[in-house]
Design a protein around this ligand. Structure first.
Ligand code: FES
Length: 169
């Protein structure tokens, strides 16, 4: 961590870059890491804390083996995202933004994922799943518990009018 700070600290504006690199290296940015960065750079810990809590890209605790993101953009919200989040939280034991006790899942609500006409949309690690139903959400968790990556669909940006291929109907 000290090396990351030494290699990237130029001025106060370097804070985000340093925090991004720490997250890349450790998977998250813990409070003790903020204190170390503050000690090395002179940037107040409170300012660093504000950055990691303001930007959704930062995590302050380790994520589970599988990161599940549930889109809560307007279209997905109207298509039932709240119910999907509820099912995923019940199935995994992970409350929103948190990691399950068995550390297999982190479940997080996020903003628009860019394929609004296929909502509700969920991503699991690098996979995108469209038109998720409560039953599909339960099945997805079961599959991931078994280490399966089947049932994936590809979902590209709606606005770019790219092809969307659904294979888990
Ligand atoms: S609102 Fe969910 S993908 Fe856009």
């Amino acid at each position: 961590m000290d090396q990351i700070v030494h290699e990237n600290y130029l001025d106060l504006g370097s804070a985000i870059v340093i925090l991004q690199q720490i997250q890349d290296a450790f998977g998250y940015v813990a409070p003790y890491m903020l204190e170390r960065v503050a000690a090395l750079t002179g940037i107040p810990t409170g300012e660093l804390y504000s950055i990691v809590t303001f930007y959704a890209q930062f995590r302050t605790e380790p994520i589970g083996e599988n990161l599940i993101q549930v889109c809560h953009g307007t279209a997905c919200h109207l298509a039932g995202a709240e119910k999907i989040s509820e099912v995923l939280e019940n199935e995994t034991g992970a409350r929103d933004g948190r990691t399950s006790p068995d550390r297999k899942f982190t479940v997080k609500k996020v903003a628009c994922l860019g394929c609004c006409s296929h909502g509700p949309v969920v991503t699991v690690n690098d996979e995108t799943h469209a038109k998720i139903t409560p039953e599909k959400a339960r099945k997805l968790v079961q599959q991931k518990r078994q280490g399966c990556s089947c049932g994936t669909i590809t979902c590209e940006d709606d606005q770019a009018q790219k092809e969307v291929a659904a294979v888990d109907e």
